[in-house]
Design a protein around this ligand. Structure first.
Ligand SMILES: Cc1cc2nc3c(=O)[nH]c(=O)nc-3n(C[C@H](O)[C@H](O)[C@H](O)COP(=O)(O)OP(=O)(O)OC[C@H]3O[C@@H](n4cnc5c(N)ncnc54)[C@H](O)[C@@H]3O)c2cc1C
Length: 437
């Protein structure tokens, strides 16, 4: 069936994948060939959990191709170095990163800047609850939880994240997420909002610098990500057993949910965990004093789960494709979640635009666009998913000998060998770490 009018494209989700798809399709598709509508259940990008994203080179290049890389640079912070410190506070390794192509952004700022590049309507407060076949399966209707009228599309791009409606509906067996045994408290420290304005020495230069720093303690790992303009994202990672132990040591039930904790309780848990990590001059602990509001969305506990990449990220019978976390939710261990979502969206849009430019029909959408996209991405997703799962050892309390992952830059075995060699040369042997005592 030929398209006698514009292709109606619905994009479900205004996260990195959905917004990149909207921008890229508008750049690539022949003029007048598509009508794009973006739907999102939240009223603002600030409603969604997530503080800081690393936009890595593969995503920056994808954004560059659609002339959107300045959206990441505008308020983002260039990353030029990643450093790893062991539990004695000694630096084990430092990697150089090209700051032109690696940027740390605050999610809400980046998504606002990205959305400003799109002329497509972005309908917020649209909570999709089902995707239904229409027109004999050639199109789809999306229906909404609040009962407002359904919308019909020739193609639905499901970029609706880890709890994707499309994934649950069309891939129920793959809708499970896997608990990877650890959590991290993420928090944003902003010196302009610090309660008494007294900065720990060195804070500003770290927050405005370009170094991501991994620091191990005996049971916790802290990672800081400079966000520029006096802001620093801090992640405090620990495994489930440690979590139960620490919760109890603070007088809480071992399974008390983060959302039920008071600001005071959250602060004392974070301090207990941060105190385990030998940051420079006690800065990891001191940075916590700069958090103004412990119950704000900028302070949250991220319980680490991932999902298997879909072998075929599209439905067999309906014109629905899945991108980003909907197709593969990553752990943050290699900082790939947002980057892959962006890259997926740019590549998918390019394949679709080529199809339209060549006079492609709706009947060929599956073979010429959806399958091609899936074939193109599968290997990348599987490779990076393996690395992200291997890199859990960087966040939990295993020893360096059990695997030290520098990915996505260096293969796991090379990273482990490098660190082992370095430790031997320095005459230090890392012992299996204690549990939270
Ligand atoms: C709790 C949590 C915290 C995280 N924190 C970080 C972090 O600090 N740093 C980091 O790098 N990564 C973080 N991530 C991962 C990161 O958010 C994702 O990898 C990345 O955002 C994936 O982009 P995406 O566009 O595929 O999906 P998402 O960013 O998840 O976007 C999906 C969009 O779809 C919308 N949506 C979902 N369901 C519906 C529906 N039924 N109807 C309408 N709209 C819908 C959502 O509102 C959302 O805007 C976090 C993830 C979680 C779950």
């Amino acid at each position: 069936m030929r398209l006698d009018s514009k292709m109606q494209v619905g994009i479900l989700g205004a996260g990195p994948a959905g917004l990149t798809a909207a921008v890229a399709l508008q750049r690539y598709a022949p003029p007048g060939s598509v009508d794009i509508t973006v739907l999102d259940r939240y009223n603002s990008s600030a409603d969604y959990p997530g503080v800081e994203y690393g936009i890595q080179a593969r995503a920056m290049r994808a954004l560059h191709r659609v002339r959107a890389d300045d959206a990441a640079r505008r308020r983002g912070n260039p990353v030029d170095r990643i450093e790893f410190y062991n539990r004695n506070g000694h630096r084990q390794l430092a990697l150089r990163v090209d700051p032109r192509w690696s940027i740390g952004v605050l999610r809400r700022e980046f998504l606002t800047d990205l959305a400003s590049l799109s002329a497509a309507p972005l309908l917020r407060g649209h909570d999709v609850n089902a995707i239904v076949a229409a027109d004999g399966g050639r199109r789809v209707d999306v229906t909404f939880a609040d009962g407002q009228p359904a919308r019909r599309f020739d193609l639905l791009v499901a970029a609706d994240g880890v709890q994707s409606v499309a994934r649950r509906q069309f891939f129920p067996a793959d809708a499970v997420t896997h608990d990877r045994g650890f959590s991290a408290i993420y928090l944003l420290v902003d010196e302009t909002k610090a309660p008494d304005g007294n900065m720990p020495p060195g804070f500003s230069s770290i927050a405005n610098g370009g170094t991501i720093r991994f620091m191990r303690g005996s049971f916790a790992t802290a990672v800081w990500f400079p966000a520029g303009n006096g802001r620093l994202t801090l992640a405090l990672g620990f495994d489930h057993a440690t979590r139960a132990h620490i919760w109890v040591s603070q007088g809480l039930p071992p399974d008390a949910a983060w959302q039920n904790l008071s600001g005071v309780q959250r602060r004392s848990l974070a301090r207990r965990i941060a105190a385990d990590v030998p940051g420079p001059g006690g800065l990891v602990v001191q940075a916590l004093d700069l958090v103004e509001d412990w119950v704000s969305p900028d302070v949250y506990l991220w319980s680490m789960r991932d999902s298997d990449p879909l072998a075929q990220p599209y439905t067999a019978g309906l014109p629905v494709v899945l991108l980003g976390d909907a197709a593969h939710a990553f752990l943050p261990t290699i900082g790939m979640g947002a980057s892959l979502a962006i890259e997926d969206a740019e590549i998918f849009s390019r394949i679709l635009a080529r199809h339209l430019a060549g006079g492609g029909t709706l009947d060929e959408l599956h073979t010429k666009v959806l399958q091609r996209f899936g074939d193109h991405r599968r290997g990348v997703w599987l490779d990076l998913m393996t690395r992200a799962r291997d890199a859990v050892t960087n966040w939990r309390h295993e020893t360096v000998e059990q695997g030290f992952v520098l990915s996505p830059f260096v293969p796991t075995r090379v990273g482990s060998a490098l660190v082992r060699g370095y430790e031997q040369v320095r005459g230090r042997t890392l012992t299996p770490t204690d549990h939270a005592a």
